[in-house]
Each structure stands twice: as C-alpha cells, then as structure tokens.
Design a protein around this ligand. Sequence first.
Ligand SMILES: [Zn+2]
Length: 232
Amino acid sequence: MKTILEIQKLDRQIRALKREVEKCQASVNFNQYKKNLQEGRARFEQLEAQANEIIKNFNTANNRYSKYRGNADIVRKRNIDGINLDNLSALIQDANDLVGDLSEENRRVEDMVRKSEEIVRKSAELSGKLTEAKKRSAVYKEQIEKKRQEVAPKIAEIEQQIKALEPKVEDKERYAKYKQMKEAGIFPVFVPLVDNFCGGCSVELPLNFIEKLKTAKMLPCEHCNRIIMFQK
Ligand SMILES: [Zn+2]
C-alpha cells in the first residue's frame, strides 16, 4: 500500500504540471478566443439572415413597383380630351394615390438601403475583429506549446520514477483498480478520513460507516467512490 501511495503522490505531481499548462495565461486567452470565434460566427449568421430578409423585402418591393407602373400606365393612357368633371376628379384621385404609394415605397426602400449599409459595416467590422483574433490565437498556441515542452521532461522523469516503483507494488489488484479510477478522472483515488469527512469530496460520513472503516481500514466513499483510508 505504501508504494501505491508513493505512486499516487507522483501522479499528483504530474497532474499539477499538466494543470500548469491548462491554466497558463495563454491557455486562458486561447479559450477566450475560441469563445469569441463562436460568438462571431453566430453573429455572422445573424447578419446573413438579416441580409436575406432585406433581399426578400426588396423583391416584394420590386413586385409592388411593377404594379404601380401598371397603374401609372393606366393613368397616362386615359383620354384627357373627352374627359368630364367626374372622371377628372377620379383621375386626380388615382394620380394622388399613386404618388402616395410611391413615396411610401420610396421610404421603405430607403430604409432597406440604410439597413443594408449597416449590415455591410457590421460585417466588415466583425470580419476585421475575427482576423485580428485569429492572428493572436497563433501566438497563444505557440506560448501553450512552449509551456507544454517546458513541463514535458519533468513529466517524463516522474513517469520513469513511477515505472521504477510499479514492480514493488504488492497488491497488483488494488493497483489495477487505482489506475482504472485514475483513468476515469477520479483523483486522488486514496484519500484520508478528515475528522468525520471524506478527504476527497468532503461529504460527512455516517458514524456507522466510520465504525466499519476502523475495522476495515479502507472503504470506498459512498458519495465519490474514492477509497477512504483510516489511519490512526
Ligand atoms: Zn467522498
């Protein structure tokens, strides 16, 4: 058991070194960059959807224009010479309606143009930001790699120490279980009893469990599955 605990100590050092890489500023920055990139992509999709909406509206407007053109032709082709007063006021009314419709349409198109310009501006801005972020991400990656190479020989050395200890492990079955739990991300595997609490997950243990533990010396925590060791 002593050897396994020594190995666990060494494994803890390896994990600390790996965490140094994961938590270094460049890693934090890189993760932030990835998040920004995702948000940027989502924003682009939004802009694209807005642009499609404008194109759709523009086509609708185009159809309406054709209708107005048709109406304008009708107004133009009326025979002004033979017209009576009633017809004249109807004609003026038609012409006024047409002018009203057209100025309304003009307002809509101007609105669309304004929105389109806004989309183009935002897209360009976003595109610039993403390009800049991409450049920086290459620098972060380099820094992370440098950090990784910095700790790699230390990790290799500790792994050698573990290899040297392994033949001395008496309880092979327990060691296999240790490795299995470690692989599953449960670490540390062996934890002390701290007062009446699990030294791994800090859950308070029932008194009958502690009584059993005093006899068995080692029992899995009912909450986190780590092996709690009873030491006097
Ligand atoms: Zn626990």
